[in-house]
Design a protein around this ligand. Structure first.
Ligand SMILES: [Zn+2]
Length: 191
């Protein structure tokens, strides 16, 4: 039977696997650090058009999501719509490079960056299969969500992710991702 939506499982694994960076798996680099600066460069046909900086704690969620939000907003100021932004990502006309050296990108940011076809700038920019919720809930702006949904739709023959599933993804915690990636629990949970 035809389903107009991709599964949440597929959404997470496709995104994570597609983020071109070194995979730390279950390890985390520097989760204790609260500061995190992310450099993100947007190229249009190999020409650099924007290099915003995002900061954790600026009110837009994790630094990676804050940087993506600013990038989309900047493109809107150039009359590039959210739909066109997504088309450019999928066609390869847009390319995003991420530099985040102080700590690893968390699982949620890595999934989203993967859908955006992002590539790590260097070997110090790494991804991991862990949530990093020390600073509170994870989230992304409406603009990032909207572009993400277009991208998923263009890549998956018009099937996108249900809002309900996307919200579940935003609010998911460690057990959810452990299940998705089939990561074995090493130790029993202590109270
Ligand atoms: Zn993150």
């Amino acid at each position: 039977m035809f389903s107009p939506h991709i599964s949440l499982q597929k959404f997470v694994t496709d995104g994570y696997n597609n983020y071109k960076s070194i995979d730390l798996g279950k390890k985390i680099k520097n989760d204790s650090s609260t500061k995190c600066q992310v450099g993100m460069i947007l190229y249009h046909k190999d020409k650099q058009i924007y290099a915003p900086k995002g900061k954790t704690g600026s009110g837009m969620g994790h630094a990676e999501m804050s940087a993506l939000h600013n990038m989309i907003e900047y493109c809107e100021s150039l009359d590039i719509s959210q739909e066109q932004f997504a088309k450019n990502i999928v066609s390869g006309d847009f390319k995003i490079e991420v530099g985040c050296e102080e700590k690893s990108c968390c699982v949620q940011c890595s999934v989203v960056l993967g859908h955006f076809n992002a590539v790590a700038f260097d070997f110090d920019t790494v991804k991991c299969k862990k949530t990093m919720l020390g600073g509170g809930a994870w989230g992304m702006s409406q603009k990032v969500k909207a572009v993400l949904k277009y991208i998923v739709q263009f890549k998956n023959d018009k099937q996108t992710i249900k809002d309900h599933d996307l919200n579940a993804f935003c609010q998911a915690s460690k057990p959810f991702f452990d299940t998705v990636f089939n990561v074995k629990q090493g130790k029993p949970n202590k109270p």
